[in-house]
Ligand binder design. Structure first.
Ligand SMILES: Nc1ncnc2c1ncn2[C@@H]1O[C@H](COP(=O)(O)OP(=O)(O)OP(=O)(O)O)[C@@H](O)[C@H]1O
Length: 207
């Protein structure tokens, strides 16, 4: 997986959030997108994922050296973010079954995933009855263990306690090979495994 950005910019109405952004992201590397609250990290990652349309510039996606059109990119990514909701009306087992109808897991069964998330006791519990930390572990577990070459994480340790943070760091580091990982964050421990950083605030002021 490779994503090449050329002169990328995004604005809401008359406000440019970022502009003149040229960069490249490649597989087997993890990148941290940094910046203070409201600086544009989520806007950037949602532009990369194809959820938002860029206001200017080009995004070139390549999978196995073949160009992929933006409307197909969703097939190659898994994405966890505070604003992406789980289906709360399903039990944990039902949710994983539903999820895997669209995207397979990375060489593990739904039961193994439940074990890795330490959610065995909650397999028949409705997601709406999960604690906020359990929901976050579920979001991250589904994202990390979905078999997708592009893994996008926005504020991954939201609602996690120290045990949850350690769990996230262990599982992300075990599952970052052979894929492209992009993490939006302003908390150092969330992106300590990343190889490169991109400070979105550097693209605030157009030259
Ligand atoms: N749909 C929208 N319409 C207009 N402005 C928006 C919209 N979405 C975000 N913004 C604005 O874009 C700016 C960047 O927001 P964004 O959520 O990308 O920042 P962020 O760096 O991810 O913030 P945080 O760290 O708080 O999550 C903010 O000023 C925000 O108010």
């Amino acid at each position: 997986m490779k994503i090449k950005l050329t002169g990328l910019g995004k604005r809401y109405n008359y406000d440019w959030i970022f502009r003149h952004l040229t960069s490249e992201f490649v597989s087997n590397k993890a990148y941290a997108i940094l910046g203070y609250n409201g600086s544009g990290k989520s806007t950037f990652i949602n532009t990369l994922s194809g959820n938002l349309v860029p206001s200017e510039g080009i995004i070139d996606y390549q999978v196995n050296s073949k160009t992929v059109p933006v409307e197909e990119v969703y097939r190659f990514l898994s994405f966890s973010a505070p604003y992406l909701e789980l289906i709360e009306e399903l039990t944990l087992t039902e949710l994983i079954q539903f999820h895997t109808r669209f995207k397979p897991l990375r060489n593990l069964t739904p039961n193994q995933l439940i074990q890795r998330m330490y959610l065995e006791k909650s397999r028949n519990k409705y997601v709406k009855d999960f604690s906020s930390g359990m929901k976050q572990r579920l979001k991250l577990g589904l994202a990390i263990y979905t078999d997708a070459p592009l893994l996008l994480l926005d504020e991954p340790t939201t609602n996690l306690d120290q045990t949850g943070i350690n769990w996230y760091l262990e599982h992300i580091s075990q599952n970052q090979a052979d894929r492209l990982v992009i993490v939006c964050s302003n908390i150092a421990h969330e992106y300590q495994f990343c190889h490169e950083t991109l400070d979105i605030t550097q693209y605030h002021f157009p030259k």
